[in-house]
Design a protein around this ligand. Structure first.
Ligand code: GLA
Length: 580
């Protein structure tokens, strides 16, 4: 048993003055078999603590149905085994470039407020989660030092009763270590997001002296903590890669520590947005929708595949002046470069009914949420009466991408990236119109959060709504391909896209590799049933990280779902990532 307290403005660990040298790593973005390696890397960089969020939507996929809850227990134990303390940020909102900021897509009520409907969902979840977190506290022999209330709430709202409710739920669940809030180092964020009697911390990436001064002005008696020092950044599809110079980032880290502050490096190790877990942003001025890429490398000191970077060496130089560190573990092996022939295929549209739940019919198109679908594909079908001449087909509220078919022929792809709503093609009647709508990430930040997926308005012919819509939903990218049922593959790769393609790679010794699909368009890849995430020729990301533990000695199955345009039926396994 130990203690972690705040006394006279300083942290004390078992009575001794203590400075948090923390780094963020999200257990849900790294294959569990690789946690020990990544945590050893963090310890070797000079950190004494690891920080993780908890994504509610991963753990409660349907109301009252829970899964993978012991991942957090195992991760905290692994951190303790790597000689690291822990900070837990259970949300319920986490931002984090994670789908919907961690809120389940089914959640109802006014998000992130004290609305009783929303709180009833939060309370049910927290009643499951918080007692587990309490078990790992330092006061009970574990390694958890602190627990966060919400996340940058001051960037969102001013509902102090909501924050108070969350803090009370934490205390009521037996959490007795210090609680804290984290907010941008600005007056409106710190006043909206902090709570009297609860430690306030700041999040920032540059100008640390100014940020720390602002925090000190608001909380002269609190220990100074930068709860997120953004030393890199994330990327959006179709935009250039964002990186941050290692020497410059190390200089900022040095300034934070020289000012006497504690720090949590965001991210120490970013990992991957596997499956359909990547979030998205929307530009408030232009309305442009910007889905986040699959990699969450973040230009962090420990790369997506766990390799030390220039930033790692520079950060280690700074951190080990404050905290001695062991040598990094040996580098992990990679597979030799190879190509994999895709030898089988199955067109998607003919097999879609077998993969989908029963069709749903109604006057207007149901959203993904109406269909109980978090992510995947929905085929909407509607009749255009006739005879009538050509008029524009209008889709109101399309989220996010649609392939448009008229009488079975693909006539357009409606692409939201960088555009606003409403897109049109000309159609004559009578005709059957089908929209194959694919969801990309849900917004994880900002006032527009909570947007629904699919067609959330209506399908119109000129001004006239086309009524009588059927919808078939296919879940994609959740943990297992098997969720979507069996695909009847045939040998040969002639199937017209959208289609599944399959190949086999024989591996002597499993190791990491980086999968590329040159000449292919946009889709998803599964390795032995595990969805790696989305790929997209618009970049910036060109390779998908394949963690070695997904592979086995002998034959391994690779399935590609290509939605846009198939390339040569060969994919590449490369020894190096290409993130653009
Ligand atoms: C904020 C959030 C984090 C993350 C970063 C950007 O600080 O708190 O969850 O979204 O922005 O990477």
């Amino acid at each position: 048993m130990g203690t972690f307290t705040i006394e006279d403005g300083v942290f004390r660990l078992n009575g001794e003055e203590f400075r948090l040298l923390s780094g963020a790593m999200h257990y849900f973005r790294v294959h569990p078999d690789q946690w020990p390696h990544r945590l050893a890397m963090m310890r070797a960089m000079g950190l004494n603590t690891v920080e993780t969020y908890v994504p509610w939507n991963l753990h409660e996929p349907r109301p009252g149905m829970y899964r993978h809850l012991d991942d957090l227990d195992r991760f905290l134990d692994a951190a303790a085994g790597a000689d690291l303390h822990a900070i837990v940020r259970p949300g319920p909102y986490i931002c984090a470039e994670w789908d919907n900021g961690g809120l389940p897509s089914w959640v109802t009520g006014r998000l992130r407020t004290s609305d009783p409907e929303f709180l009833a969902h939060v309370d049910r979840w927290f009643a499951r989660l918080l007692p587990r977190v309490a078990e790992h506290q330092i006061t009970r022999g574990g390694n958890v030092l602190m627990v966060q209330v919400e996340n940058e709430y001051g960037s969102y709202g001013t509902d102090a009763a909501y924050l108070r409710h969350l803090a009370d739920a934490m205390r009521g669940s037996g959490i007795d270590v210090p609680l804290f809030t984290a907010d941008g180092a600005e007056d409106h964020m710190l006043t909206g997001g902090s709570l009297p009697g609860v430690l306030a911390t700041a999040t920032f990436g540059s100008d640390p002296v100014k940020a720390i001064d602002t925090l000190r002005r608001h909380r002269p008696d609190d220990p100074l903590v930068c709860m997120e020092l953004w030393i890199g950044w994330f990327d959006h599809w179709g935009r250039g890669r964002v990186t941050r110079d290692a020497a410059e980032a190390a200089a900022v880290l040095e300034e934070v520590l020289a000012a006497g502050a504690s720090v949590n490096i965001y991210m120490a190790h970013g990992g991957t947005n596997f499956g359909t877990w990547a979030g998205a942003n929307r530009d408030l001025e232009t309305g442009a929708y910007m889905p986040t890429i699959t990699s969450y490398d973040y230009d962090a000191p420990i790369s997506e595949s766990g390799a030390p970077t220039e930033k790692f060496r520079r950060f280690r130089d700074v951190l080990t002046r404050y905290n001695p560190a062991p040598e990094p573990p040996p580098a992990l092996p990679v597979l030799p470069p190879s190509t994999v022939r895709l030898t089988e295929s199955a067109a998607l549209l003919p097999v879609l009914p077998a993969l989908a739940g029963p069709p749903v019919a109604g006057p207007t198109p149901p959203s993904f949420e109406d269909l109980g679908l978090d992510h995947g594909l929905v085929r909407y079908r509607v009749e255009v009466p006739g005879p009538r001449g050509p008029y524009p087909l209008v889709v109101d509220g399309l989220h996010d991408r649609a392939h448009v078919y008229v009488d079975g022929v693909r006539v357009a792809v409606l692409d939201p990236v960088g555009q606003k709503e409403h897109r049109t093609v000309e159609v004559s009647g009578p005709a059957t119109v089908e929209l194959l709508v694919e969801s990309l990430g849900r917004l994880n930040y900002g006032p527009l959060m909570g947007e629904r997926k699919g067609v959330t308005g209506g399908i119109r012919h000129e001004r006239q709504y086309l009524h009588g819509v059927t919808a078939e939903a296919v879940r994609l990218g959740d943990l297992r391909f098997g969720d979507a049922g069996e695909v009847p593959f045939r040998s040969g790769t002639a199937a017209a896209v959208p289609a599944f393609f399959r190949g086999t790679v024989t591996v002597e010794e499993p190791a990491d590799t980086f999968l590329a699909l040159p000449g292919w368009g946009h889709g998803y890849v599964w390795v032995n049933g595990f969805c790696l995430g989305r790929y997209w020729s618009i970049g910036p990301q060109r390779t998908l990280y394949v963690p070695g533990p997904l592979l086995r000695t002998g034959d391994n199955e690779i399935v590609v779902l290509e939605l846009d345009v198939a390339g040569e039926p060969v994919l590449e396994l490369r020894p190096e990532p290409d993130l653009g």
